[in-house]
Design a protein around this ligand. Structure first.
Ligand code: SER
Length: 599
């Protein structure tokens, strides 16, 4: 048995032995990125460096990163998809390229000193080429040189072998490594291309030498980068000879906690138990994600917008599946404790924030139980009329009303109806539901799609302006002001900060005047790399709760502000324009939000 802790350490040790600097993983909530709610890949926090900014730790990096991908939510419960997973990643920022990257991956996977996987159970895919980029002969040649037989190399199109985190940003062809999950040994001719279900992806090596500017424009980056991501949970599964991620140490204690509470056994493998086992898996996945989001230092709590809404959905979906396992009340505490016990060695913030995690879970459970009670009460009020209906059919319109007005899930309406000898016009409900979804889709797609901070000229200007604003707020409101979140796009900046009360019009005017004064002074913006200690000693502002490397980049704006930051920034403030605060409002308890523009 190899544990997740051991695998993480082995991965870091291996790449350290290849001169990679170990950097820490970042928050699940991206900073300065308006296009995504969560960090979706290990490369996400590294985008500025993949585009050419110098990284303070050098050109060879390795880490592990917690990620959330809600796009996979419908596949959760199969053998390998999760909403929260850990990515083991290594990067070359314009240093080595395909040959070394492929050789490193192979050595780590098959060498007796490292994972000692059977090479016969591995196969790979490479990019077949299209109008954007040529067939990746170079990667294929590297695999052949290593000794991979021709029939274990599948040539696939961009839909499989081109990786981009979003509609714009660094991207490129990739080569992916798969492990055999079929019975026995793989037939000689089997590969991902001709036998897709028998192979599970474990590692993706992306060769990022392109930058997508917009839908029509793809340009070469000034350097050739490597970005690899290995799925920790999947790799643990195959290393331990298991069929599914849920059978590994990453999940077993969570499922055991659910078995103890429900008194129902998991994993009978019988067809009649399929739905029940799926519920176990969905709850285990969702509790784990909820704990990781709640435990993040950036402090998301359940709400009706953004990341808080995703969190709410995960908790509520877990509770709905709990009811399928006869867990009617609150039950999330024990499985959440199991998650913290499993993951806190790698993510100590879970232990530090355990009280908050438990409180928020309990609060959300209570809220949802109240919703359910209200819905049940409304249903009972409708019941006498429904029973008068000779066909004993509840209209889809009424079922939708319960959903739309009270948040009452359709599954529960169906249950209550059945208990009272009624059926529900499901078609009508689905129609109403579809309409409702279409209305909200435009918004939802925006936030679920995944993507990158755009680095347009305006966005960069707003980024520098944010530094000026941060400092000006501390001057006007006091040093207790702390950045709580920043979200920038080409149209505006949005800045959240701790402050107990609304700002007065005079305070707002003073902040604006201070920022505009720095713009008029046309201050130079300079970057220096220094040790974290030096940076702190120099009085540079840092983000509370963010993890930093031992060596960091510090951006200073003249003599005015000094802040730890990845960049990029403008060269001097004179080009920023005129700064105007458009709105100052409450964001959450004790946190204010400013929207501001450059005119
Ligand atoms: N960015 C790639 C992925 O997420 C490799 O790290 O798969």
């Amino acid at each position: 048995m190899i544990s997740p802790d051991t695998l993480r350490q082995k991965y870091l040790d291996f790449f350290k032995s290849k001169n990679h600097a170990v950097i820490s993983g970042k928050s699940l909530i991206p900073e300065n990125d308006p296009t995504v709610l969560f960090t979706t890949a290990g490369m996400h926090p590294l985008v500025p460096y993949l585009l050419g900014e110098a990284h303070p730790a050098g050109k060879r990096l390795v880490n592990y990163q917690k990620c959330i991908r809600t796009g996979d939510i419908d596949e959760v419960g199969d053998a390998s998809h999760l909403t929260c997973f850990e990515m083991l990643g290594n990067w070359s920022l314009g240093d080595y390229f395909k040959k070394e990257s492929i050789a490193y991956s192979w050595e780590f996977l098959v060498s007796d000193k490292w994972l000692a996987l059977d090479p016969k159970k591995l196969s790979v895919t490479v990019f077949m080429g299209d109008e954007n980029a040529p067939k990746d002969e170079e990667s294929a040649a590297c695999w052949r040189n290593i000794g991979i037989p021709e029939e274990k190399i599948a040539w696939l199109p961009a839909s499989d072998n081109w990786w981009a985190a979003g509609p714009t940003g660094p991207c490129g062809p990739d080569t992916e490594i798969f492990y055999w999950v079929g019975e026995g040994m793989p037939p000689a001719a089997s590969n991902k291309g001709n036998d897709p279900d028998s192979w599970m992806e474990i590692w993706n090596n992306v060769f990022m030498e392109y930058n997508r500017i917009d839908a029509k424009t793809l340009v070469k980056l000034p350097m050739q980068n490597v970005d690899t991501g290995m799925g920790l949970e999947r790799t643990i599964t195959i290393l331990n000879g298991k069929k599914s991620v849920y059978d590994t140490e990453s999940f077993k204690p969570i499922i055991a906690a659910l078995e103890a509470i429900s008194g129902i056994a998991y994993g009978s493998d019988k067809d009649k138990d399929k739905d029940k086992d799926l519920s176990f898996r969905i709850i285990a996945d969702h509790v784990r994600s909820a704990v990781m989001i709640l435990g993040d230092p950036k402090g998301v709590v359940p709400s009706n917008v953004g990341a808080g809404y995703v969190l709410r959905r995960l908790i509520r979906r877990a509770m709905r599946h709990g009811r399928k396992l006869a867990m009617e009340g609150s039950f999330l505490r024990k499985p959440a404790e199991a998650v913290i016990a499993i993951l806190s060695s790698a993510y100590p913030e879970l232990e530090d924030n355990s009280q908050k995690i438990m409180e928020e879970l309990a609060r959300e459970e209570a809220k949802f139980l109240e919703t359910l009670q209200k819905g049940e009460h409304e249903f009972e009020k409708m019941l006498p009329n429904l029973l008068k209906n000779p066909q004993k059919i509840m209209s889809g319109r009424l079922a939708f009303k319960l959903y739309d007005t009270y948040g009452f899930p359709i599954e529960l309406t169906l249950e209550l109806a059945a208990e009272n000898g009624l059926s529900v016009n499901r078609e009508e409900f689905d129609e109403a539901f579809k309409k409702h979804q279409e209305l909200s889709r435009a918004g939802a797609e925006q936030v679920f799609k995944g993507g990158l901070a755009d680095q347009s000229e305006m966005t960069v200007k707003y980024h520098t302006t944010t530094h000026l604003l941060h400092k000006a707020l501390r001057m006007v409101l006091g040093e207790r002001v702390e950045q709580k979140g920043s979200n920038i796009n080409a149209e505006r900046l949005r800045f959240d900060f701790s402050h107990p009360e609304p700002m007065s019009p005079e305070e707002i005017a003073r902040v604006e005047a201070i920022v505009n004064e720095q713009i008029q002074r046309d201050l130079p913006v300079k970057m220096e790399i220094m040790s974290l200690e030096e940076a702190k000693a120099s009085g540079a502002m840092a983000l509370f709760g963010e993890k930093y490397e031992d060596s960091v980049k510090v951006y200073s704006v003249g003599d005015f502000s000094k802040e730890l930051c990845g960049g990029p920034h403008v060269g001097h403030t004179g080009i920023l324009g005129h700064f105007v605060i458009k709105k100052e409002q409450s964001s959450s308890a004790g946190v204010r939000r400013i929207r501001a523009v450059l005119e």
